[in-house]
Ligand binder design. Sequence first.
Ligand code: ZN
Length: 194
Amino acid sequence: MILKIRAVGEPVLRARAKPMQSEEILLPSTRELIAAMRETLRDAPGVGLAAPQIGLPLQLAVVEDREENMKDLTREVLTERERKPVPFHVIINPVLTLESVAEVEFFEGCLSLPGLMALVPRARKVKVECLDEHGQPKVIRGSGWYARILQHEIDHLLGTLYVDRMRSVSLCTLENFSRHWKGKPISEVKRLLP
Ligand code: ZN
């Protein structure tokens, strides 16, 4: 089932989501919710979807970065972004630790702010302690683009959107991103921005 993705302005996107109890995680309805979120993410398409984005104030998000998402990107772009495929997985009640002080900036978008992108500084390495879809504790270490996805999705669970962290002068439509910035190294983008 494809779920309706909530757009910026919906209060649920600005609320702190509630942690899930073990019994709740194991309910058949939660399994069905996760399956529907996976279908919605692939349909969008996107690389992450948090429960508040489909109107549920729960600390649950799904992440997946498929090889086919990368087919239009050059090797240079993939290398610069440290972007590699990430298998589908679920994060519940995550606790995020930034493991690098160095911040990296790339253009980022969000399914809840359709048609827009901006440069967002993020930590390059993170640790996430969370539960999986079976309620089992796990520790994820992510770097590069995957670390960015994790930070973006965990922000959603705290009511934060990328526009709160973006370099605001870089905000652009997808069309203008393609026209002016696509394919340029980030060092050049930063040099050309006012
Ligand atoms: Zn988002």
